[in-house]
Design a protein around this ligand. Structure first.
Ligand SMILES: Nc1ncnc2c1ncn2[C@@H]1O[C@H](COP(=O)(O)OS(=O)(=O)O)[C@@H](OP(=O)(O)O)[C@H]1O
Length: 380
């Protein structure tokens, strides 16, 4: 009786173990076929947020690159992944800004759907070696986006405003915003207001006196109108350009205290920078030539940065509708793209007399700027 009961329990146990082996096999095969169907590679999506934290936009189209990038980070970065989640509110805000600015690219008529987000957990975050310090409305976004197609350039997408607004947050905060770079790659950012910020030169110099500085300059009169157009878009009730640029209801002298006018006094701002950096540390990019001959201007920029000339004619096409050069293949995309609507927008009509007054006002400052830089930008 006792033996019989034991045998029954033994048989029951054998059946149970066979069933569990069978169920395990079913589970293994199901998972195997599920993976074969490519449905178990959800990792890239979870890691995408990290890539965003990097400030990079590496939406690679090549699926194999995804697998490469999914390898664990190198051993000298054990905490890299965890660290990426430790973000401050301001970093989040900047990221939103970066994404907004990234949307300044127009995907044309077709929505980008085939790019696969991947993370970049390689490399280290470094302080910038080169900064686009100005000028506002000069063409700084175009320059940065053109540079980003170079494999040896990694740039933070938004404007970090470290040397003017957030200096008290410290260099570590700034460094953390930067994308990761590998040996031989350069780190860049652009914040056009640095050029006109009194404290910026000494602060940049304190960070690294070897920093390369790029200034995109544009005819100060057109630049002022462009600046005004941007403010007008945000604030449609703004007084007329001429009433802001000229004192005494447009009858008096030019009002150089108005920021749209003041920013165009390039020689004055450059004097401040030259107290901390020699001229050899600067490259002055012509905003006009960046539009009329982007590859020519990009050649100069690559030489200045010590980069191989990779960006060339074949990367650009002229978009007739936009009226500007656009990229055939911007970073992270296989589709041609132009900068967004806020770049290259139509300017309001300004009375020619007001424009002439401004032209006359700027002439001596422009001449001085040409002398200082050894370059004639042909604005007169
Ligand atoms: N390729 C291309 N596409 C579109 N726009 C281009 C391009 N190259 C230069 N530009 C000129 O860039 C001007 C905006 O300058 P910034 O990017 O420096 O502006 S900002 O300071 O970052 O707001 C912008 O000024 P507006 O024309 O007044 O909109 C453009 O003239």
């Amino acid at each position: 009786m006792g033996c019989g009961g034991c045998r029954v329990r033994l048989n029951f146990g054998k059946v149970l173990s066979k069933v569990s082996v069978f169920l395990t096999m079913v589970l293994i095969f199901t998972y195997f076929f599920y993976c074969l169907a490519g449905l178990c590679d959800s990792a890239p999506r979870t890691l995408y947020s990290q890539q965003a934290a990097d400030g990079g936009y590496d939406n690679l189209d090549d699926r194999s690159q995804v697998l490469v990038d999914l390898r664990p980070p190198p051993p000298h970065h054990p905490g890299a992944q965890r660290q990426l989640h430790k973000r401050t509110a301001s970093q989040d805000a900047l990221q939103v800004d970066a994404e907004r600015q990234q949307q300044q690219y127009e995907p044309g008529s077709v929505k980008e759907t085939n790019s696969i987000p991947v993370s970049n957990t390689y490399g280290t975050k470094k302080l910038p070696n080169a900064i686009i310090i100005g000028v506002k409305k000069g063409g700084t976004r175009a320059l940065l986006e053109f540079l980003r197609i170079h494999p040896d350039v990694r740039a933070f997408g938004a404007e970090p405003h470290f040397f003017d607004r957030f200096y008290d947050r410290g260099l570590e905060w700034y460094r953390n915003l930067m994308p990761r770079t590998l040996d031989g790659q350069i780190t860049m950012e652009k914040t056009p207001s640095y050029f006109v910020t009194r404290e910026a030169p000494s602060r940049v110099c304190t960070m690294n006196r070897h920093t390369k500085l790029i200034v995109v300059v544009r005819d100060p009169v057109t630049r002022a109108v462009s600046d005004y157009t941007q403010t007008l878009t945000k604030n449609p009730g703004l007084p007329s350009f001429q009433s802001l640029a000229l004192k005494n209801s447009s009858t008096g002298p030019v009002d150089s205290t108005w920021s749209a006018v003041r920013i165009g006094l390039y020689a004055k701002h450059l004097e401040n920078w030259l107290q901390y950096f020699p001229l050899s540390h600067f490259l002055f990019v012509s905003g006009e030539r960046l539009v009329s001959d982007p590859s020519g201007e990009m050649g100069r920029v690559q030489d200045f940065l010590g980069l191989k000339r990779v960006i060339s004619d074949k990367h650009f096409y002229f978009n007739q509708t936009k009226g500007f050069p656009c990229l055939k293949k911007p970073e992270g995309s296989s589709r041609p793209r132009c900068l967004g609507k806020s770049k290259g927008r139509p300017h309001p009509q300004i009375p020619s007399e007001a424009l002439q007054r401004l032209r006359d006002f700027y002439r001596p400052f422009n001449q001085r700027f040409y002398q200082m830089t050894g370059q004639d930008f042909g604005w007169d």
